[in-house]
Design a protein around this ligand. Structure first.
Ligand code: PGA
Length: 254
């Protein structure tokens, strides 16, 4: 049984003050919740504040939204895995479609980040997903396979078992369009099949695969009830503490 993992991707939203008030409300909402992994990925500027407020809580873990693969050096604007570890960060989102599309990240670069994250004991949340044009051309499976093979090159089966994959169809991100539960389940199953080819069936069975793309309190339960959907990566709807808590709770019951 894979434990569900519900993660908030705040993107470039929430100041330190916003973060503090979100956490005050959110912690009350999830006080009695257990049996689900809760992760919040704020902007870098709020990571220190979240660590301070959570004070080593195991219940809510933090993620970074990106990192660079080098440990230190002349990389203006970048943040290393070691810097994140110092702030008790546990996960790091890598290869988000916004990083791929707006900042030109390739599978080769993402692969270097995945390896560096694992070596620093950060757990990658690796994002994959097809664009609308790719889906309309029936190429989603091929695109997912290319992204997975490229981003996970050199990752051992043991390491793979610790990685979280987020399947996020680009056409469903921030658009209000969600993949149908069947479309999502089909892609998750395909992702798991590719993971089995990269390692073995037993390892692929352990990997948690989140769905992302306009997840809301209203559609979370149905998505999370699918056999291969093991969590959600939530953008817009994660900015509201009550709404995000509802999605977290759907992960407990699913
Ligand atoms: P959304 O974003 O929930 O706002 O669609 C999801 C994501 O980009 O991770």
């Amino acid at each position: 049984m894979r434990k569900k993992i519900i993660a908030a991707n705040w993107k470039m939203n929430q100041t330190v003050a916003d973060t503090e008030s979100f956490l005050t409300d959110f912690r009350l909402e999830v006080e009695d919740v257990s049996g689900v992994d809760i992760v919040i990925a704020p902007p870098f500027t709020s990571l220190a504040k979240i660590s301070e407020l959570l004070g080593g809580s195991q219940k809510i873990r933090t993620a970074a939204q990106n990192m660079y693969y080098e440990a230190s050096g002349a990389y203006t604007g970048e943040i290393s895995a070691q810097m994140l570890r110092e702030l008790y960060v546990k996960y790091v989102i890598l290869g988000h479609s916004e990083r791929r599309q707006i900042f030109g990240e390739t599978d080769a670069l993402i692969n270097k980040k995945v390896i560096a994250a694992i070596e620093s004991e950060l757990k990658p949340i690796l994002c994959v997903g097809e664009t609308l044009a790719e889906r309309e051309a029936d190429r989603e499976n091929e695109v997912l396979e290319t992204q997975l093979r490229g981003s996970l090159a050199g990752v051992t089966a043991e390491q793979l078992a610790e990685i979280v994959i987020a399947y996020e169809p680009v056409w469903a991100i921030g658009t209000g369009k969600t993949a149908s539960t069947q479309q999502a389940q089909d892609c998750h199953l395909h992702v798991r099949k590719v993971l089995a080819e990269l390692s073995d069936a037993e390892t692929a069975d352990k990997v948690r695969i989140q769905y992302g793309g306009s997840v809301k309190p209203a559609n979370a339960a149905e998505l999370l009830a699918q056999p291969d959907i093991d969590g959600a990566l939530v953008g817009g709807a994660s900015l509201d503490p009550r709404g995000f808590a509802e999605i977290v709770k759907a992960g407990v019951t699913a």
